[in-house]
Design a protein around this ligand. Structure first.
Ligand code: SAM
Length: 269
């Protein structure tokens, strides 16, 4: 894993600075102008990883062939994708999307065989479905998800998404294929209110995935609470780590390196 504070290769800081600036989209540029602390994060965050490289880094005792095989297994989950896409096409008029971090989540869950995973931010249920499909293949484990239903757009969370609210009349997780629901416990409400009590019920968790409200304060709250309940070696995952400096800062404080797959971050306790 790459240290969250280190520079890559022999790049000079000035060269890296210029390269970073030239790579920025208008949105990222605005993000930096409105929140200058993000410039430091952009400059010192680790380079983009592939799903296999990232999984190898967080599973150092697992052979790379096993990781590659697990990725292929994910890509070959034909019935799973057909079920998920059937639901998505019906309500969203499109198929599900495939991101490198989806493959990564599947691989890590298949190969680490967790008992309990927490997730905040469900929306249609695509990430929940992938986690549940990996648990289904493992034939063990429970996913506890928390979601404040986006009946309308939620600033700081769904406002940048292609679809900013749930389809009319649908509950969070509506797209999850039926056969995966027995390993799922879905709790509706603000994660800030629900998580403390839920984590008292599950004091030790193997993995925690933040994808709810991406304000600095909310991300920081979830990371800190989750960390106290993660087993040693457990996984902290977060989407949208480039929206605020929270993930980068948290990992530095814990002296934990992290990996980045686009806007998604992963570290181990
Ligand atoms: C980015 S979407 C989640 C996408 C999902 N993880 C996936 O990849 O398929 C963010 C979700 O967080 C929910 N949310 C926003 N604020 C929240 C809060 N305070 N507590 C819990 N969930 C929240 C939104 O309603 C939305 O469903």
């Amino acid at each position: 894993m790459v240290d969250s504070g280190s520079r890559q290769g022999e790049d000079s800081p000035v060269r890296r600075y210029l390269e970073t600036l030239s790579d920025l989209s208008l949105r990222s540029l605005w993000n930096i102008v409105s929140n200058p602390a993000m410039l430091r994060v952009k400059l010192s965050s680790p380079p983009n990883s592939t799903s296999v490289d990232a999984a190898s880094a967080v599973l150092p005792d697992t052979a790379r062939e096993a990781i590659e095989e697990s990725r292929l297994e994910y890509l070959r989950e034909g019935i799973f994708f057909a079920d998920l896409d059937k639901n998505m096409i019906e309500k969203r008029r499109r198929r599900s999307v495939n991101m490198p971090w989806h493959e990564f989540l599947y691989i890590v869950i298949r190969l680490s065989r967790p008992n309990v995973i927490f997730e905040t931010g469900v929306f249609d249920g695509q990430s929940s479905s992938i986690i549940l499909q990996a648990l289904h293949r493992n034939a063990r484990g429970l996913l506890v998800s928390v979601d404040l239903p986006a009946v309308e757009v939620i600033a700081g969370s769904t406002h940048r998404m292609g679809e900013t609210s749930l389809p009319l009349g649908c509950q969070p997780g509506w797209a999850i294929p039926q056969h995966l629901r027995e390993r799922h416990r879905l709790c509706l409400g603000d994660s800030k209110k629900l998580l403390p009590d839920l984590l008292r019920q599950f004091p030790v968790v193997d993995a925690f995935f933040h994808d709810s409200l991406h304000t600095f304060e909310h991300q920081d709250f979830e990371y800190r609470l989750a960390w106290r309940h993660l087993r040693p070696g457990g996984f902290l995952f977060s989407d949208d780590i480039l929206w605020t400096p929270a993930f980068h800062k948290f990992c530095r404080e814990q002296h934990r390196p992290y990996l980045r797959l686009g806007n998604f971050g992963a570290t181990t306790k």
